[in-house]
Design a protein around this ligand. Structure first.
Ligand SMILES: Nc1ncnc2c1ncn2[C@@H]1O[C@H](COP(=O)(O)OP(=O)(O)OP(=O)(O)O)[C@@H](O)[C@H]1O
Length: 470
């Protein structure tokens, strides 16, 4: 079995003393830092840097032929992407200051404790990882191209903002930091989370938990699990979802609904990377990546004191906002045939042809339930349809009901009187005329649709239109 090396880049130890090289390699290997190489001749270092993926250099200062300070100057100038830690036999503050000025990341004395050196190396590794991640992310975002366009095939869209989201999802897919996905209900947040998991190339699966409505104890039990006897009724130990996710992804949906007590638990989990199963005093490490989603406005919840500020900042390191369907109307003509084919396949029917008016009707609607709503409208229509051409009736019925529901919401907010704010009232005939004109505009001139929006029959609308020659 081949063991993977850590970190992804090589750490080169340079010193003319073989005993020191061996000792430091061993110390680092014991701390899990295995991707190391050694070099006894400082004159070879520049060639090695030109040919290998070195990210960090551990450099002695006193070496024959090419001294450490000279080499440090050369590397800092020609390979600014490589971090350098100086490990010197000399405990002189002036030398340390000079080295830092020349570009060293850190300075250690050879007699210092092993632990301090290991911690310094870990710090430099993390910094390198962060820089590499940022570089990769900007390269990909700037090039605008996707490395794995096939991963996004489930997400049907031609919208530019969605393509920008794809590039971002790809860029941060391998980051260990959490990913926050916001957007109205039904816009496709879970779909984005699934693609992100797939692109992360993680060895475990994707485990989804909807945290809305979970009280704090159930939240902790669901995520952390419990040991046998942890509480009355805990006859068996239970693995939590974190363990289920293993080295995969833990997707927490509806994070905006989390109670403050559970927010504290989630914050600790993210900060410390550790958790305690209920009833256990032995901490476990989380290996999964966390993705969270919400349809709520977290910034507003934070401002209202309903969402913890520290958790909010932790979660928003990588964030995506998926726009609602009404802001990408160009996607409707792509989504309709996609869902028609899907529905026909799932319902074992022939794929119906959508009537032309369907697109006008859909374009006039705001889709508060977004793509999920469009999908279910199409599934409904296909399930009742018999003719070759799809009937508009189910759509008109669905949109009519939803439009009434929307109107009720609006009238609730405005106190139910559209005219109260007006100084001068329009005449009845002016109001009717404007209402009809607005409905016809929203329905792109389709009388059947406009009549549904107005709550009258099509012949009644037609009569009014011809009467007023609107
Ligand atoms: N661009 C898209 N292409 C194809 N199907 C989509 C697209 N966006 C969403 N869907 C489908 O719409 C439905 C809703 O998507 P999803 O569950 O991802 O939304 P959500 O934003 O997570 O919703 P909620 O906030 O209610 O959890 C799913 O069946 C999903 O497959």
């Amino acid at each position: 079995m081949t063991q993977s090396l850590y970190p992804d880049f090589q750490i080169l130890l340079v010193d003319d003393e073989p005993a020191w090289l061996r000792a430091v390699s061993l110390t680092l290997a014991r701390a899990g830092i295995s991707n190391t190489a050694t070099c006894q001749d400082s004159r070879l270092v520049m060639d090695i840097l030109a040919t290998r993926q070195v990210g960090l250099l551990l450099l002695d200062l006193t070496m024959p032929h090419l001294g450490g300070e000279e080499l440090l100057t050369l590397v800092a100038e020609r390979h600014p992407e490589v971090s350098i830690i100086v490990v010197s036999g000399m405990n002189q503050i002036e030398t340390a200051v000079r080295c830092m000025r020349l570009g060293a990341f850190d300075y250690f004395v050879k007699t210092a404790e092993e632990d301090r050196l290991v911690q310094g190396v870990m710090r430099a590794i993390r910094m390198q990882e962060l820089e590499r991640e940022n570089r990769a992310m900007s390269d990909r975002l700037l090039s605008g191209s996707l490395r794995h366009p096939e991963a996004f095939s489930e997400i049907v869209t031609a919208d530019r903002s969605m393509h920008a989201i794809f590039a971002y999802v790809e860029a941060v897919a391998q980051s260990p930091k959490p990913l926050l996905i916001t957007g109205e209900s039904g816009v496709g947040k879970e779909l984005v989370a699934r693609v992100s998991h797939r692109l992360g190339g993680r060895s475990g699966g994707l485990v989804s938990v909807n945290v809305a409505g979970l009280d704090d104890n159930v939240f902790a039990d669901t995520l952390f699990g419990h040991v046998r006897g942890a509480f009355t009724g805990a006859d068996q130990a239970r693995r939590g979802m974190i363990e289920e996710a293993g080295e995969g992804t833990l997707f927490l949906d509806e994070i905006g609904d989390l109670s403050i007590a559970s927010q504290v638990k989630l914050l600790r989990l993210i900060q410390e990377g550790e958790y305690f199963p209920l009833g256990s005093d032995r901490p476990k490490r989380i290996k999964a990546r966390i993705i969270v989603a919400t349809h709520q406005n977290l910034a507003a919840k934070k401002a209202a004191g309903e969402f913890r500020r520290d958790l909010y900042y932790r979660l928003r390191t990588h964030r995506i906002h998926v726009p609602p369907l009404r802001e990408r109307p160009g996607d409707i003509p792509l989504l309709v045939p996609h869902f028609l084919a899907l529905a026909a396949r799932e319902l074992g029917k022939k794929r119906p042809t959508p009537p032309r008016e369907l697109f006008q009707l859909l374009a006039s609607y705001r889709f508060p339930g977004n793509i999920r709503e469009l999908k279910s409208m199409i599934f409904d229509a296909v399930s009742v349809h018999r003719e070759r051409v799809l009937s508009l009736d189910t759509f008109i019925a669905a949109i009519g009901t939803a439009a009434i529901a929307q109107k009720e919401e609006v009238s609730h907010w405005n106190g139910g009187n559209l005219f109260r704010e007006l100084e001068l009232l329009p005449t009845i005939s002016d109001s009717v005329e404007q209402l009809i004109t607005e409905a016809m505009e929203r329905a792109s001139g389709n009388q059947t649709i406009a009549a549904r929006l107005l709550g009258i029959s099509q012949p009644a609308l037609s009569k009014r239109l011809s009467r007023k020659e609107l």
